[in-house]
Design a protein around this ligand. Sequence first.
Ligand SMILES: [Zn+2]
Length: 166
Amino acid sequence: MSSNRPLLRLVPDPGSAEPVPQVSFCGHCGQAPPTPMAPLARVCARCGLGVVISAGADVAPRKGEAFVIVDRQLKLCGLSRGAERVLGVDEPEAVHRHVSDFLEPADAEAGQGDELLQSIIAGAAIGGAEPRNIVVRPTGEYGVRYAARVGSCGPPEGALIVLGTV
Ligand SMILES: [Zn+2]
């Protein structure tokens, strides 16, 4: 076995830009987990309620931003404490319901634009999607708008929708 045989190396994908760093946050309170956290502990040590997940730093919630997590079937699988307030629903009642029950595109007349929003969310839920921005509102609430960032998060893989201020 020759010692100058090249080792296997990770070759950067020439087509891709700089990778965005992943950040961890709690799916309930939205805060970064305290470090160091026990490697196998996935429940947030701050609130004891949320599971810690990761997303790209360009999508992950910043302080005070509400967010929801949606699976590939476009059903809610989690929402932050802030999103419970914004959407007027508690997490146990919200999970497994379709995202369109809670959020709709703000710039479209009723019924239009839903497909676009849902295709963006479905794309992100598969994982590895480029973050997208879309203006949304709580379903049926006119006059309230959020600049939403939609990106991939996990595990498990899902779409993260962060409700930023417009
Ligand atoms: Zn927490």
